[in-house]
Design a protein around this ligand. Structure first.
Ligand SMILES: NCc1[nH]cc(CCC(=O)O)c1CC(=O)O
Ligand SMILES: [Zn+2]
Length: 311
């Protein structure tokens, strides 16, 4: 160790900024008023609770939310996803009503709205109905933008979907709304979310539409380049706890903002570390190259930082 660093003034001189609340965004899970019962996750609330939750986050210095909505009407075509005034659209409006400066990102995906729980629409023979899925995602994106979303985030990793979303947004005069597609690994770390939101596919799994963990270090880079070529202006990597190497590689390969999403299963595991350990983990994500950290622990981290600042 360089003995100079033992001097406080020198340590401070060479210090690099560490994590602050401004680096954090939080998932907002908008649920029916009467439940559903499921694992407890921070940011899970009824529509009525949105204002209170978002005010609290804003006052802590958190700059953004990503909204996921629980769909109660589910059918084969995900019609509820496009129904006027649905829970997603109401959620966007509720956030913007109390905190117009809070950046709102929305999940664009079929799985909250399909009766089979898949992210994509299926043909009768079971194959992916590509055209219908592109149209669903693009139409959802336009509705979210009209309701006030700043960024839309397609989750299903279907080549061509980002191009479709981008071009529908442009056609509808929402050129200033961002498209932030996911780079999602197949993982157990989505467990609590899927249970609470009822988005576990009734049959099978999403594996064909997610990155294979054993190949993610390479395939994430290929997919990221493809998304950017299709018009993505930022990217989300999920999960990150078991994909820190992918985050570092992505950072080296891409210049667009990268959102590191610490998913629901991570939150459960992270609690074992205690608040300081949780902060340490989020600081590591920033150091590894995340421009923004989307985390169920956002409030916990922001609270801890505020306490440390005062102390
Ligand atoms: N497409 C649905 C979706 N959107 C975000 C998550 C996981 C989020 C989390 O665990 O925090 C999932 C689950 C999945 O794809 O299986
Ligand atoms: Zn989905």
């Amino acid at each position: 160790m360089n003995p100079l660093r033992a001097r406080r003034a020198v340590r401070d001189l060479y210090a690099r900024p560490t994590i602050t609340a401004a680096d954090l965004t939080a998932p907002l899970l908008v649920l029916p008023d009467d439940g559903p019962a499921g694992p407890e996750l921070p940011g899970a609330t009824s529509l009525y609770g949105v204002a209170r939750t978002v005010r609290r986050w804003r006052d802590l210095g958190i700059r953004g939310v990503k909204i996921f909505a629980y769909g109660h009407d589910r059918d084969h075509r995900a019609s509820g996803a496009l129904a006027a005034g649905n829970r997603m659209l109401a959620g966007i409006e509720a956030v913007k009503a109390v905190a117009p400066d809070m950046a709102v990102t929305t999940e664009v995906c079929g799985c909250s709205w399909t009766d089979h729980g898949q992210c994509v629409l299926r043909r009768d023979d079971g194959g992916i109905d590509l055209d219908a899925t592109y149209e669903l995602m693009a139409a959802m994106a336009v509705q979210h933008a009209q309701a006030g979303a700043d960024v839309v985030s397609p989750t299903a990793m279907l080549d061509g979907s980002v191009r479709a979303v981008r071009s529908w947004l442009d056609e509808a005069n929402h050129r200033d709304v961002g498209v932030n597609p996911n780079l999602a690994l197949h993982t157990v770390l989505y467990g609590p979310f899927k249970q609470l939101m009822g988005t576990d596919p009734r049959a099978g799994h999403r594996r064909g539409l997610q990155l294979e963990p054993g190949r993610a270090d390479r395939d994430a880079l290929v997919q990221a380049r493809r998304w950017v070529a299709e018009g993505a202006d930022s990217l989300t990597l999920q999960p990150v706890m078991t994909a820190m190497d992918v985050l570092v590689r992505l950072r080296a390969d891409q210049q667009v903002p990268i959102v590191a999403y610490s998913t629901s299963g991570e939150w459960a595991a992270l609690q074992q570390l205690g608040p300081e350990g949780v902060v340490e983990y989020h600081a590591a994500l920033k150091r590894a190259g995340a421009d923004v950290i989307l985390s169920f622990a956002a409030e916990q981290v922001a609270q801890h930082l505020e306490g440390a600042g005062r102390g």
